[in-house]
Design a protein around this ligand. Sequence first.
Ligand SMILES: [Zn+2]
Length: 96
Amino acid sequence: MVKCARCGRSIEEKNALKHKGEDGEYEVICQDCFREATGVNYQTFAYRRENAKMTLIAVLFCLAATVYAFVTKGILYGSLGIVLTILVYLFASKKR
Ligand SMILES: [Zn+2]
């Protein structure tokens, strides 16, 4: 068990969140205080973070495929890869 730095409530370690305060110091807070401090629900925050990670992976994958296409199939396929990468990026960021 750890204590929330804001409300002093005891929280389970797995529910404790690290939050960077305005002074740049990390503090351990509970989910309620997290919502208060950031204005977003922790679940929403976690979802967005997860989504951003997936987008990054998808874009990196497309970039790798693009480079591969450039090398093996030439500029035409490489250009298609770039278009595809941009489409994936736009689609993924739109969904959020
Ligand atoms: Zn708290």
